[in-house]
Design a protein around this ligand. Structure first.
Ligand code: THU
Length: 138
């Protein structure tokens, strides 16, 4: 699959990064099954733990706009090495988008593609909650 355009969109989204603390700019571009692209960037906070990554920004934007079916997400930073999603984002990618293609890009635009499940082996998901889930809310 050619993800050149998606990689460019992730790099463009990086320009909106709000990262005054880490100075590490990240952009993400999420592709829906009907061809729409939803972008996101990292948005940092002086209370560091409130920072949100680019991938989760894109995913939460998409879901909040009614999108639920995705084929790929591309991730871009300013690094010369392929930028992978952090552990928290791997969990959220798998939860909200399933086993999609995760496109890791380099600053020069080159990319490699991984399946989400290969980045998050033996995932925790909704199926693990079934036994304890209540039938009716109290
Ligand atoms: N960051 C992302 O946006 N995505 C990742 O998958 C890794 C980390 C951001 C969070 C923080 O703003 C900065 O990169 C440094 O960790």
């Amino acid at each position: 699959m050619d993800y050149t355009h998606l990689a460019v969109q992730a790099s463009e989204a990086k320009k909106h990064s709000h990262s005054p603390y880490s100075r590490f700019r990240v952009g993400a571009a999420l592709l829906t099954t009907d061809g729409r692209i939803i972008t996101g960037c990292n948005v940092e906070n002086s209370s560091y733990g409130l920072t949100i990554c680019a991938e989760r920004t894109a995913l939460f934007k998409a879901v909040s706009e009614g999108e639920h079916s995705f084929t790929a997400i591309a991730i871009a930073s300013d690094e010369d090495s392929f930028t992978p999603p952090c552990g928290a984002c791997r969990q959220v990618i798998y939860e909200l988008a399933g086993n999609i293609d995760v496109v890791l890009t380099k600053k020069n635009g080159r990319y490699i593609t991984k399946k989400a499940i290969d980045l998050l082996p033996h995932p925790f998901d909704g199926k693990n909650l079934k036994k304890t889930r209540r039938k009716k809310p109290r």
